[in-house]
Design a protein around this ligand. Structure first.
Ligand code: G3H
Ligand code: 13P
Ligand code: ZN
Length: 311
């Protein structure tokens, strides 16, 4: 099946009360692990590429990997630019075959964010590509931009209507307390998401797809495995999965997960190498790493996002 835009995916997700998983991809094993899980569970899926991933793997390689995944499966797969920082990177991805882009103008003023987002929307829509915008700032690290907790700010519901109508975006990423990376809350801090803000936004924008970034849940078993086999990630805390389940049933149509993939792979590789210190063929440790990605994504699809059997 050819790679698709997110338009139809989001409409079905909104109406069906589930969310589509958007998983970050950087190499072949990650693409395969995610798409094999999605295919087996008949789930639509979004493969997303950050600027860092493009720098690491090269646009052409990622494009071909995702095209290969699409031709090996018969589920809807979208290829999305994650956190596009400017018009140029969005244009380059649109011209280079992506079906969806995010323009992240959240670090700019409200007015500049609108101008930049509108420019990307005009270019993208002329080519049938969907656009995600962002209002509000998450704490954590996105590519080279680091936002401290003090500088993070929740999305202001009073701004969303003007932003969406002036820009023409197809979906909106909002900040309600999620954050990027594996350390989302301080030790002892009770994880909390501002569902009241999500509810206000949903009332202002009925039927409009909302996106949650920073939605890894940092499962305890990965953490224990990483630490048991020589890793050191004390105090990592993610978003509890019951909160993500609640979000997936709401106007949230896209849930972004990257850190959990990193942790699944790292946990599997650390365990494999600790148990098989003589192994030096990368296939020996990348095989369990790919399986760990697949198992983790299958769990998210079936038990968190609710998008299984929706392809
Ligand atoms: O939101 C950021 C994603 O986790 C991508 O991370 O920029 O290190 O590839 P990256
Ligand atoms: P996590 O770091 O929580 O996986 O978030 C990923 C993300 O939002 C990518 O845009
Ligand atoms: Zn993000």
């Amino acid at each position: 099946m050819p790679i698709t835009s997110t338009k139809e995916m989001f409409k079905k997700a909104y109406d069906g009360g589930y969310a589509v998983g958007a998983f970050n991809v950087n190499n072949m094993e990650i693409v395969q692990g995610i798409t094999e899980a999605a295919q087996e569970l008949r789930a639509p899926v979004i493969l997303q590429v950050s600027a860092g991933a493009r720098k690491y793997a090269n646009h052409a390689y990622l494009m071909k990997l995702v095209e290969a995944a699409a031709s090996e499966t018969d589920i809807p797969i979208a290829l999305h630019l994650d956190h596009g920082a400017d018009f140029e990177i969005c244009k380059s991805c649109i011209d280079g075959g992506f079906t969806s882009v995010m323009i992240d103008g959240s670090h700019h003023s409200f007015k500049e964010n609108i101008e930049l987002t509108k420019k990307v929307v005009e270019y993208a829509h002329a080519k049938g590509v969907t656009v995600e915008g962002e209002l509000g700032q998450l704490a954590g690290v996105e590519d080279d931009v680091s936002v401290s907790e003090e500088d993070a700010s929740y999305t202001r519901p009073e701004e969303v209507e003007e932003f969406v109508s002036k820009t023409g975006v197809d979906s909106l990423a909002i900040a309600i307390g999620t954050s990027h990376g594996a350390f989302k809350f301080k030790p002892g801090q009770k994880p909390r998401l501002r569902f009241d803000i999500l509810d206000s936004i949903t009332q202002i924008l009925p039927g409009f797809p909302i996106v949650l970034h920073g939605a890894s849940s940092v499962p305890q078993n990965f953490l224990e495995q990483i630490n048991k086999y020589g890793g050191d990630m004390p105090g990592a805390i993610g978003i509890p999965e019951d909160m993500l389940r609640t979000a997936a049933k709401s106007a949230v149509c896209k849930i972004n997960i990257d850190s959990d993939i990193r942790m699944a792979m790292t946990a599997a590789i650390r365990k494999h190498m600790a148990e098989n210190p003589s192994h030096f063929d990368p296939r020996q440790y990348l095989l369990p790493a790919r399986q760990a990605v697949k198992d983790m994504v299958a769990h998210k699809i079936s038990n968190v996002l609710g998008c299984d059997s929706k392809a």
